[in-house]
Design a binder for this molecule. Sequence first.
Ligand SMILES: NC(=O)c1ccc[n+]([C@@H]2O[C@H](COP(=O)([O-])OP(=O)(O)OC[C@H]3O[C@@H](n4cnc5c(N)ncnc54)[C@H](OP(=O)(O)O)[C@@H]3O)[C@@H](O)[C@H]2O)c1
Length: 212
Amino acid sequence: MRPELLDGQGVVSDSFPFWPGLWVLPRPLPGITEKNRSNLFGTFAVTQALLPALTRTRGAIVDILSVNALAPLPFIIPAYSVSKAAAFSLTQSLRARVAGQGVRVHAVLPGPVDTDMTRGSDVPKASPESVALAIFDAVDNGEEEVFPDPVSAPMAAHWRDSAAKVLERQLAHVAPVSSPVNREADVRPMLAGSADASRLASAADSAVPQDR
Ligand SMILES: NC(=O)c1ccc[n+]([C@@H]2O[C@H](COP(=O)([O-])OP(=O)(O)OC[C@H]3O[C@@H](n4cnc5c(N)ncnc54)[C@H](OP(=O)(O)O)[C@@H]3O)[C@@H](O)[C@H]2O)c1
């Protein structure tokens, strides 16, 4: 891990084998504390460290996010919400990028859970045990997004049919035409069904720096 990535200085790095050219958030970002930064950068660092082993074993990544990845709590925890939304985007991109290597990537989007983090809050909370069991069940069932508690569970059905999820599935296949990801046989049938995706693929291709 290059220290400047953990430091979040808006680095473009080509040293990450699974993520060339990643731009990370510039700093300073107001209100982003070390804890909140670790939601994104810690997830990234741990994923990078474990990915070779996960690829070998065709394992699964389970990122613990929050319902605030989908919508912020602007007057209570805006910076935390930013960090979880960013981590969710990381999860989604990672899912697309490692799918071909047999690694599954799950996003857990809990509501309030009774842990140290919520000690000072008197909202109803799920028990950590019930949340952990729901996560294991969902991973076994192959659910990409996991809504593991009574507050988040009603969102599951809405999420699966949402514009955001539909778009995630479409964009997951869009790659520069020159990319090895974009093998003709895999991608052309999908692109044929989506004029938008086709346009995006062309735009992405022309945006790829020629000196990489
Ligand atoms: N509790 C909830 O209502 C809730 C809801 C949605 C999502 N989540 C998410 O669930 C995950 C677990 O949270 P939790 O509820 O179990 O909270 P928690 O009881 O406060 O535990 C947080 C853990 O993260 C570690 N940690 C904090 N900052 C760190 C850093 N910079 N580097 C390394 N480790 C760090 C803490 O270690 P130390 O004890 O050593 O500080 C602690 O073990 C978090 O990602 C949280 O955002 C929680």
